[in-house]
Every structure is written in C-alpha cells, then in structure tokens.
Design a protein around this ligand. Structure first.
Ligand SMILES: Nc1ncnc2c1ncn2[C@@H]1O[C@H](COP(=O)(O)OP(=O)(O)OP(=O)(O)O)[C@@H](O)[C@H]1O
Length: 208
C-alpha cells in the first residue's frame, strides 16, 4: 500500500503544494489531476522517491521510503512523461536496456513479444530516431507487459500521443493490472475508458 501524509513540495523558492495526503491500496487506480504546472509530475517524483518532500512522509507498505527506498523500488515501475529513448538504438535494444537498468531479467523473446503486443512488430529493427511520437511512447509502455511482478505502476501522462485504439488498449491493460491486485497512479489530461472510474486526486486543492 502507498500512502502519503501532509506532503509539501518546494520548487526553487516556491511552495507548490502542502498538506497533501493520498492512500492507494491493492487494486486501486488513482488519477492525479490539476492544471499545467500545479505540481502533478512533482508529486509523482516525491512518491517514487526521486525527490524529497519539504515536509511530510511517503510510506510503502507501512514503512517510510526514506528508511527503505529499495523496498519501494523493487515493486515500482515508473514511466516518466518523456519517452527517454536512445535515438541510435532500436525499440528492441531500448527496451532491453531499460529492463536491464531496472534489474528486470527479461530475454530478447519476451521483449519482442511485448513490443508486438504494443503494436511495434514492424518497427523492431528501426532506429528510434525515425519513430513517430506515438511509437516512441509505445516503446516505453512495452515495459508494462514485462512488469507484472511490479505491483505499483506510476505513469506520467501515459496516454500522450497515443491514438484512440491504443488509449483504449492501455486503459484495459491498466484496469487488468488493478483487477489482479496491482496499483496504478497516473497523470493524464484526457479521459480514458477504464473498467472502473479512477479515484481522483486534485493537486490544485493543496496549492499554496
Ligand atoms: N526552480 C523553480 N522555481 C520556481 N518554480 C519552479 C522551479 N522549478 C519548477 N518550478 C515550477 O514547479 C511546477 C512544476 O510543475 P510540474 O511539472 O510538477 O507540473 P504538472 O502539474 O505536472 O504540469 P503539466 O500538466 O504541465 O505536466 C511548475 O509550475 C514550474 O514552473
């Protein structure tokens, strides 16, 4: 279970939000909402331990992540809003590199299957620099099909640049992960056809 209490976020000399609390339990789908610049990405970086809060605490399975960040990271899949690809490498090479860097033991066949599942079967051997924006996004999302053992998926704008069919497919993948007892926390500015309506956390309600 992921919890945060009384979180405050400082950027430069500006307090973006304070007093923010959240609670995400097994099977939960949480949508972080709010206008541009309110602090949604900043919040994701706090709950994933990539940045430190000015005040408050994030807990994973009851333990503060400052005490045991590794316990969270063993079960976390975090996909940022940028595709973070090496343009010289193919989708297959990029995916294998991302998995290896995260410590996931996946072989080439698993990666090919994941890329085909996300609709990139015809782009496996192209350099990433020639991919469309939606295809670049899909390379990162292919990790979802290799990360079932990671219970917490934190996704920053995962639907950006995807076509309608891919949005629907991703919504189903995320809903299935929750139905299997996983947790999803995401930001998005668009509606998606989830099996169950997500809980919504409006960061704007905590703006200073
Ligand atoms: N050094 C700084 N000093 C002051 N403000 C900063 C500094 N660095 C970042 N910010 C502000 O912090 C906020 C960070 O926003 P963040 O990326 O978390 O927003 P977001 O809600 O994810 O936005 P979007 O919907 O556009 O992705 C922005 O308003 C940005 O201008």
């Amino acid at each position: 279970m992921l919890e945060a209490h009384d979180l405050a976020c400082l950027k430069g000399d500006r307090l973006l939000f304070r007093g923010l609390a959240l609670h995400l339990k097994a099977g939960g789908l949480l949508r972080v909402a709010g206008p541009n610049g309110v602090g949604k990405t900043s919040l994701l970086r706090l709950v994933t331990g990539l940045a430190l809060p000015e005040a408050g605490e994030v807990r994973w399975r009851g333990v503060g992540i400052r005490r045991d960040r590794e316990a969270l990271h063993r079960e976390l899949l975090y996909l940022g809003h940028a595709a973070a690809l090496n343009d010289l490498l193919t989708p297959l090479e990029n995916l294998r590199f991302a998995c290896a860097a995260a410590g996931d033991d996946v072989d080439e066949e698993n990666c090919v299957t994941a890329l085909a599942r996300i609709g990139l079967e015809n782009q496996l051997d192209l350099p990433a620099r020639v991919l469309s924006q939606g295809q670049r996004r899909r390379v990162g999302l292919a990790r979802l099909f290799l990360s079932a053992r990671r219970s917490l998926w934190v996704l920053d704008e995962p639907f950006t640049a995807l076509d309608a069919a891919a949005v629907a497919d991703l919504a189903t993948t995320l809903s299935d992960h929750c139905a299997a007892g996983g947790m999803v926390m995401l930001t998005t500015h668009q509606d998606a056809p989830f099996a169950r309506a997500p809980e919504v956390l409006d960061v704007g309600a905590y703006t200073c």
